[in-house]
Design a protein around this ligand. Structure first.
Ligand code: DQA
Length: 148
């Protein structure tokens, strides 16, 4: 299947941004490892980061046309603000996992509401960069369920 990973605003700064919260791994390192793991499992995976809400909305809309079978999305700050990203995910009906490096529930009150969690197949947070890899493992299992 085709997997798409979407990263929201400020995640381009991973590695240097508040490393005590978000760790030292860069976004390029995360994306490279995700793509390698997906291709080992016989899938293709592409990633996009944007600081702009409309770019993420348009990429989600395009996923309906390009055969994307599964999404991993860390909407970052848009998690807590964006009805538009929620509506795009609802419109395309592609299964997705919501991912966060930190655990937003242990942070400020404004991070404790997500506009997308109730639409997500699963939510993974709090493992740092590993959150993405656990999410991918879960997605791979759903895409190729064991028959035995
Ligand atoms: C984040 C958590 C959000 O609250 C925050 O705005 C981010 C990153 C995370 O991955 O931990 O930018 O989505």
């Amino acid at each position: 299947a085709k997997l798409l990973v979407l990263h929201g605003p400020n995640l381009n700064l991973l590695g240097e941004r508040e490393p005590g919260i978000y760790g030292r791994t860069t976004l390029a390192q995360i994306d490279a490892r995700l793509a390698t793991r997906a291709s080992e499992a016989g899938h293709s995976l592409t990633s996009l980061q944007s600081n702009a809400e409309h770019v993420l909305v348009e990429r989600i809309q395009a996923a309906r046309q390009d055969g994307t079978g599964f999404l991993l999305i860390n909407p970052a700050a848009f998690t807590h603000t964006s009805v538009a990203i929620r509506d795009a995910l609802a419109a395309v009906q592609i299964p997705f996992i919501e991912v966060h490096l930190s655990n937003p529930h242990s942070r400020e009150p404004f991070r404790q509401h997500s506009y997308v969690s109730d639409l997500a197949r699963a939510v993974i947070c709090g493992f740092g960069a590993e959150s993405y890899f656990y999410a991918l493992e879960g997605a791979l299992r759903w895409l190729a369920p064991r028959t035995a």
